[in-house]
Write a protein that binds this ligand. Sequence first.
Ligand SMILES: Nc1ncnc2c1ncn2[C@@H]1O[C@H](COP(=O)(O)OP(=O)(O)OP(=O)(O)O)[C@@H](O)[C@H]1O
Ligand SMILES: [Mg+2]
Length: 255
Amino acid sequence: MGKVIAIANQKGGVGKTTTSINLAASLVKTRRRVLLVDLDPQGNATMGSGIDKNAIELSTYEVLIGIGEIQKACVTVEGGYDVVPTNSNLAGAEVELVNLDRREVRLRLALESVRDDYDFILIDCPPSLSLLTVNAFAAAQTVMIPMQCEYFALEGLTDLIQTIRLVRQNLNPELEIEGLLRTMYDPRNNLANEVSAQLREHFGDKLYRTIIPRNVRLAEAPSFGKPVISYDMQSKGAQAYLALAGEILRREEAA
Ligand SMILES: Nc1ncnc2c1ncn2[C@@H]1O[C@H](COP(=O)(O)OP(=O)(O)OP(=O)(O)O)[C@@H](O)[C@H]1O
Ligand SMILES: [Mg+2]
């Protein structure tokens, strides 16, 4: 059965989608079967994977509302992984879900039918602690938290950790933190090094050793609808995400 990882941080622009796309492609390089679920109405993971979000037949929206089968929504992309794509229709799902029964576990129920088809299922969450994110946490075994090492970085984590705790109490007792990932890292920045040290102190081994540097290739690749390893394999960004996939797999083996 595939491992389901929610990639989440309610702070915007921290690298959730970049991590979703590039980790998916890097895991494929190691011959893992990967599904990426785009759970953000912005549809960035959809577009960044090379799918036109304005030409989707079935999306995460239909899957959550219960009018579309997840198998039929899956699209295989150039990066070698499958995507359940999304567009702004998903914003409406938030409102509609409130009136449906079992509204927090809709994604979990949908994923049950495809979990055997994949080694990893990654969920790209929106920048909020909304019902969509709660669906991701209810469906996931672990939460991966990408973050920039800025001032207030630790404060921002409090609400996220509290939400994870609530979901654990009420919906998904198995939910764990997969790891914290430092993104857009600039080692010349003293503050980044200080925050990094604080994260190590608070989270110990949960902090990945792999660090994602600021790298322009990572920012360019989505405009070509490709993961960075298809766009510039030699770039620091590509190498960093390949290293992250390696670190995750080594942890899995050790567990
Ligand atoms: N390591 C990096 N180096 C350079 N640019 C990056 C890096 N990671 C992400 N970016 C760029 O930063 C911006 C935000 O990244 P991304 O979209 O992955 O964040 P996000 O957390 O998914 O944002 P949102 O909260 O809006 O969903 C994008 O333009 C992306 O291309
Ligand atoms: Mg995003």
